[in-house]
Design a protein around this ligand. Structure first.
Ligand code: ARG
Length: 573
């Protein structure tokens, strides 16, 4: 454990224990980065209140008991403890980090983590909101895997429901081949809208559509065949988007709504027999305590409609039961739009009432904020039509090509770099904002080579690589030893030591933007270092070796971090 923040936490806790008794040894010392030292500990302020003593006095007592082998301490202000690590300690830890394949990332006891993400709807298009749940979910899955957890990806596709009666009839009307071609090209939305329009305006079509639903539910072979084709062609489009973006979802991860269909009657029976669900106005409902509507009436979670049909909530209850009992989940992450917050709160509450979800399992809704257009509304094209994702991604690549156009690459290399930069920009834009905030989709901003963007970080790695190329040195052979003479060297080394705890925090809190901010800080620390500390032209050989080693460690941290974000990195840029 060489993460500075963790080391200092432990040290201050020891001091708390010896100064105020063992019951204080587990207190959170509230270590934060500081402007005046490396870190500050703020615990004295809150502890003083509880002990009814002067905060500065409490701070001094902690300082007096602190093991100051590797750290110096100073009481400041109303009772802050300013903590400064010794240069020698930082240098030594950074040197060890060079030998550590995991770069300080811990490997806690493995858990089974289910990540429910992407989940577009067959027949409707995959919109930019699904893109964001896909990108955020993929980073969480990658991060948990890297921490050693057993990750089960679940793509909860919208591939079932009464609307498929209407869609199948429309498919037959326009001809199978024609229809499937549209779906494979990502025109699901146009297809859906045309079907919907006929359904609303043509009584004969509506009747046919309604008659098709029981055929589908009853397993009529021809109807099932058409439905399967339909789903397969939609999935082909989703897969194309996943491949373009480098998303790790495969066909094996598909666990769509249709998969749960056979379980729904059993789910309802179990809920009813356990007294968790009751009939209300003909429908079978759960009334989880604490949920009320506008009129203060208890809010129902409808699990079986009065016509006998099942809905979105029933499927999610079946899914949670399956994930806990069959997949043995310790943690289930639902990476889904923030607008579905009430749905998940009620599903979790109902699952708890049924005993399917219990204290040993954590179910969390990782709320994803909407992606907006420059008009502040949901992201659409100028004409108001929604955007095909493959076209959006193509545009990102074309624009990225313009950004790097002047760098003189041959056409093939340029296309490859443009693809990596374009995809990196789109992904980083989704990841670098806290997942529950909305943000405005803006190509110019996300493709900028300066600021907190994907291309800036890609460029930072390419620049470090070019140092090694120019020196004719392999980064792997730069092994130090690391010595810290200049403040910029020290700041960079200290920053690099924080990688492990950031990765752990991303998984704990489901917050990928923490890793983005961290990598951005690393890249900036490197820039300051590079501006004031010549590497290849360092005057002394030992300084040159140390700076090469720091550069190599920076490169490795950036590459590993970007890999967890699912962002590819061009060798040159
Ligand atoms: N298909 C749904 C939608 O587009 C998202 C499904 C999310 N996952 C779940 N288990 N409900 O809104």
């Amino acid at each position: 454990m060489t993460d500075p923040q963790l080391v200092l936490t432990e040290r201050v806790q020891q001091a708390l224990g010896s100064a105020f008794g063992p019951e204080h040894a587990t207190e959170d010392p509230l270590i934060r980065p500081s402007q005046f030292a490396d870190y500050q500990a703020n615990v004295a302020l809150s502890l003083a209140k509880r002990l009814r003593r002067a905060p500065r006095e409490v701070a001094q007592a902690i300082a007096d008991h602190l093991d100051t082998n590797d750290v110096s301490v100073e009481v400041s202000g109303p009772g802050f403890l300013n903590l400064t690590l010794r240069d020698g300690w930082i240098a030594e830890q950074a040197g060890q980090r060079l030998l550590d394949d995991r770069l300080g990332v811990p490997q806690p006891a493995p858990q089974t983590v289910i990540v429910d993400y992407s989940a577009p709807n067959a027949a409707k298009e995959m919109h930019v909101g699904h893109l964001r749940t896909t990108i955020v979910g993929d980073t969480l899955a990658r991060t948990h895997e890297h921490l050693g957890n057993r990750v089960i990806r679940q793509n909860h596709l919208g591939d079932w429901g009464t609307q498929f009666g209407m869609l199948i009839e429309h498919l037959l009307d326009i001809g199978e081949e024609e229809a499937l071609g549209m779906l494979a090209a990502g025109d699901g939305n146009a297809f859906y809208q045309a079907a919907r329009h006929k359904f609303d305006n043509d009584p004969e079509f509506q009747q046919r559509s309604r008659r098709r639903v029981p055929l589908l539910q009853g397993g009529d072979p021809e109807t099932l065949r058409l439905w399967r084709e339909f789903i397969d062609y939609s999935n082909r489009y989703f897969t194309k988007v996943y491949r373009t973006l480098g998303i790790t979802l495969t066909d094996d991860d598909i666990a769509g709504e249709s998969m749960y269909n056979p379980m729904l009657p059993g789910v309802c029976d179990e809920l009813e027999q356990a007294g968790v669900a009751e009939i209300s106005e003909g429908a079978l409902c759960v009334f989880p305590p604490g949920f009320t509507g506008r009129d203060d009436q208890p809010l129902p979670l409808i699990v079986r409609k009065s016509d006998g049909g099942y809905g979105y909530a029933t499927t999610d209850l079946a899914a949670i039961r399956y994930r806990v009992s069959d997949l043995k989940a310790d943690r289930i992450l639902y990476v889904v739009g923030a607008t579905q917050s009430l749905h998940f709160q009620m599903v979790f509450a109902a699952a708890r009432m049924a005993g399917w979800l219990h204290d040993d399992v954590k179910a969390e809704h990782v709320q994803i904020g909407s992606v907006l257009g420059s008009d502040g509304k949901m992201f659409k094209t100028r004409s108001g039509k929604s955007i095909k994702l493959t076209e959006l991604l193509d545009e990102a690549v074309v624009r990225a090509e313009a950004v790097i156009a002047e760098r003189g690459y041959d056409p093939e290399a340029r296309r490859q770099i443009a693809r990596q930069v374009g995809m990196g920009a789109v992904k980083y834009a989704d990841l670098s904002v806290s997942h529950d905030s909305e943000y405005v989709f803006d190509f110019d901003r996300m493709l900028a080579l300066t600021g907190n963007t994907g291309p800036y970080l890609q460029y930072a790695t390419a620049r470090i690589r070019s140092i090694f190329r120019n020196g004719g040195i392999e980064p792997e052979s730069a092994t130090g030893p690391i010595t810290l003479g200049h403040p910029a060297e020290r700041a960079l080394a200290l920053q690099l030591l924080g990688f492990g705890s950031v990765v752990a925090a991303v998984a704990d809190l489901s917050e990928p933007h923490r890793l983005c901010n961290y990598l951005f800080d690393v890249a900036q620390a490197f820039t300051s270092f590079y501006e004031s500390c010549p590497v290849l032209k360092a005057e002394e050989e030992s300084v040159r070796q140390s700076r090469l080693a720091l550069s190599a460690l920076t490169l490795r941290v950036l590459l590993r971090g970007l890999d967890l974000l699912g962002i590819e990195v061009p060798e040159r840029m």
